[in-house]
Design a protein around this ligand. Structure first.
Ligand SMILES: NC(=O)c1ccc[n+]([C@@H]2O[C@H](COP(=O)([O-])OP(=O)(O)OC[C@H]3O[C@@H](n4cnc5c(N)ncnc54)[C@H](OP(=O)(O)O)[C@@H]3O)[C@@H](O)[C@H]2O)c1
Length: 271
């Protein structure tokens, strides 16, 4: 990890009382001058801010910070970013953290002033993590500048590994990493409902299935984001079709599956 430094910037986290907003507020509070949580409900903002030891700000003042991080549902991101971006000071930085970039990053660029920097970030971790050491983030530098560089440096100093990408490359990769993975788990859940409705299986759960079960529980907790990724990623339908076709081809067990398994591991592990 690089040497830790505290910058003097103020950061407002819009949707800061939500799951990812609270996590980001906790992560940033020791790294910047001040973190302020905003919510559509001032009481909720106040309670959330107290719970993590940061400040709060009313919704109508959320745009006044040096950096404004928007952590709201995927389908609300454009509207919220647009409203904030149009009121933000020149040379300030707007950040979104949506899990889908197509249709969002371009729309925000087109509807916010060119004097405001804009970073479309995707943290590749969920709200359950304690810190971001060793965690990955994808950064689409939609309208870069000095504050963007400083914000990305703060993330690196926190130990995150930041990879730069484009909105298109991000969504193509996430169609595999998230859409395919989540869809396979949803298909598993549907099949389980069908074949084992009343079997009393809990005493039979293996260590391996326990890991899958934790993934299923995490998907349930983050359902709004999980479902929005399936609906909004433009490559999702072709990925689900490929999954259905492959499942059909696999109706009989094939020894070739082991080679495919090995190849899939190397596809995901090799740099
Ligand atoms: N969950 C994950 O694993 C994960 C991982 C990476 C990235 N993300 C991204 O993080 C973002 C937030 O996800 P989350 O899981 O933190 O969701 P969340 O817990 O539901 O929090 C979202 C917050 O957005 C606010 N909000 C809802 N509708 C709004 C609207 N119309 N206008 C303004 N604010 C609104 C709500 O705050 P108030 O009611 O207090 O206003 C809510 O607490 C999403 O873009 C998602 O793609 C999520």
């Amino acid at each position: 990890m690089q040497e830790r430094s505290k910058s003097k910037f103020t950061v407002t986290v819009v949707g800061g009382a939500g799951k990812m907003g609270l996590l980001l507020s906790k992560i940033l509070k020791d790294r910047v001058g001040a973190v302020r949580i905003s919510s559509r409900d001032s009481m909720r903002a106040k309670e959330a801010a107290e719970s993590v030891g940061v400040d709060w700000v009313s919704n109508d003042q959320a745009h006044t910070s040096d950096i404004v991080v928007v952590s709201v549902p995927i389908d609300q991101t454009v509207e919220v970013c647009q409203n904030l971006g149009q009121r933000m000071n020149a040379q300030s930085l707007l950040v979104d953290i949506t899990s889908v970039k197509t249709g969002i990053t371009d729309a925000v660029v087109g509807n916010t002033p060119s004097s405001v920097e804009y970073l479309s970030l995707h943290p590749l971790f969920g709200p359950q993590v304690r810190d971001i050491r060793g965690r990955r983030c994808i950064a689409v530098e939609a309208r870069g500048g000095p504050l963007t560089d400083k914000f990305l440096k703060i993330l690196s100093e926190c130990g995150a590994s930041v990879r730069k990408s484009t909105a298109e490359d991000h969504d193509k990769a996430m169609a595999v990493i998230q859409v395919l993975h989540h869809h396979a788990l949803l298909a598993f859940s549907s099949a389980l409902n069908k074949v084992a409705p009343n079997m009393g299986l809990s005493e039979y759960v293996t260590e391996s299935l326990e890991k899958t079960l934790q993934n299923l529980e995490s998907m349930q907790l983050n359902w709004q984001t999980i479902s929005a990724i399936q609906k909004c990623n433009p490559y999702a339908q072709q990925i689900r079709e490929a999954f259905a076709q492959t499942s059909n081809e696999m109706l009989s067990f094939n020894e070739n599956s082991r080679a495919k398994l090995q190849h899939a591991i190397s596809l995901l592990r090799s740099p």
